[in-house]
Design a protein around this ligand. Structure first.
Ligand code: SAH
Length: 394
């Protein structure tokens, strides 16, 4: 059987169960893609991995045990156990969750999100692409979804030599989106044109948490997307909420979400704008808010750009602090995996110094538990957040 042989000394990360194999670590590998045993320079078994000679991230581990296969049965086991791990969080008041979180569920290159009656999946690697027809059979068998959609329309597939693909495999995607329930809130998800697979499930726990900070507050939700945090704030008793996003379709859904939950549309305003510019306008106009949510998109996908990203985060958070009333709450996130929590905290520290205020950190936030962090795979931790209180008068 053909094998992937590593160069001497290049086995260390695999011994520590990190699932990636870079082409530079490989001494010898088969010419074509496929699933192979990976061995160290002394021919000791390390892992079973799928391999794509076209990618510099050439191999991804699918099993740490020798004698295992990569076939329908092993995919079945992985999918059913990933679902089992999420069963506890699904129920009548919670109908959406990430079922498969790629490497963190030992299914590298695969994302599967459940949105009520719809299942949406994303394939990001050649190794997973090769299993596509088996995966579709398994999705039908295990989940029997009314709607099955593939949203493999991510540019990152190019690195694997793959074209983007977007396809309805079963059912009909409803015009306005599919309805999910998240901690009792009804939310429409545009699984066809929405971002990623349609929704930011990773913020589920944080949205719920925000309810408890919102009572009687005037809220500004920056980078609101379809208004998940806005809805949570209103449910939590906010007096009014402003949602700001550059995407009109996302804001339209936000407005629809407000109506669906029987909330007063007059207490919500949506603003289509660039947040960086809009915050400055608010500052010039002397506006203030009691609770500000700052959930920008990913700013860094390359280490080279970390400094620039920090400047972006600092800019946003500085103005947010300036707009906050005394004892106001800032809920601030970074979803850039390359930016550590420590560095993000330093950015907030710098923003606080420039805004001439104290910042009390009340809570440390991360991604929801259906996006687990694998200790052996630090890349699986990407979302960091802080709930802060601003104090100026002392
Ligand atoms: N908090 C949201 C997710 C935010 S995702 C939730 O809980 O669902 C980031 C959002 O930022 C996207 O909706 C995107 O349209 C928006 N966005 C990106 N850059 C922007 C900019 N410069 N100004 C305004 N919105 C922007």
């Amino acid at each position: 059987m053909e094998k992937i042989m590593l160069k001497a000394g290049k086995e260390k990360s695999l011994r520590n169960r990190h699932p990636w194999i870079f082409s530079g670590a490989i001494q010898h590998a088969p010419k074509a893609s496929g699933t192979f045993e990976v061995r160290d320079a002394k021919n000791q078994f390390l892992a079973l991995a799928y391999y794509n000679p076209q990618s510099s991230l050439a191999g991804r581990v699918v099993s740490w045990k020798s004698g295992k296969t990569w076939d329908k049965a092993s995919l079945h086991l992985r999918l059913t156990s990933a679902l089992e791990r999420r069963k506890g969080l699904l129920g009548p008041t919670q109908t959406a969750a990430r079922i498969v979180a790629s490497e963190a569920d030992l299914l590298p290159g695969l994302i599967v999100d459940l949105y009520g009656s719809a299942l949406v999946f994303q394939i990001l690697t050649k190794g997973m692409e090769d299993m596509r027809s088996i995966l579709i059979e398994l999705f039908e068998e295990i989940f029997a979804p009314e709607i099955l959609v593939e949203r493999s329309d991510e540019a990152i597939r190019k690195k694997e030599g793959l074209e983007e693909r977007k396809e309805v495999i079963r059912g009909v995607v409803p015009e306005g989106g599919v309805e999910i329930i998240e901690h009792g809130m009804k939310l429409l998800v545009d699984i066809w044109d929405g971002h990623k697979t349609g929704f930011y499930l990773d913020q589920r726990t944080n949205r719920h948490l925000v309810k408890s900070y919102a009572k009687g507050k005037r809220v500004l939700n920056c980078f609101s997307y379809t208004g998940g945090f806005s809805l949570a704030a209103l449910m939590g008793g906010a007096t009014n909420v402003v949602s700001v996003d550059e995407s009109r379709p996302a804001l339209n859904i936000a407005e629809e979400n407000i109506k669906r939950n029987g909330l007063d549309s007059n207490s919500h305003t949506s603003v289509q704008a660039d947040v960086f510019k809009y915050l400055r306008q608010l500052r010039e106009a002397g506006e203030t808010y009691d609770l500000i949510i700052m959930d920008p998109p990913k700013f860094v996908s390359d280490r080279k750009h970390i400094d620039r990203a920090c400047r972006g985060y600092k800019d946003l958070n500085l103005i947010a602090l300036q707009l906050l009333s005394e004892n106001g709450i800032l809920v601030s996130f970074s979803c850039s995996g390359l930016l550590s929590r420590e560095l993000f905290q330093k950015v907030l520290f710098g923003a606080g110094v420039d805004a001439q205020c104290e910042i009390q950190v009340l809570e440390h936030l991360s991604q929801s538990d259906d996006h687990p962090v694998l200790l052996t795979f630090p890349e699986s931790l990407y979302l960091k957040g802080f709930i802060c209180r601003k104090i100026t008068t002392l």
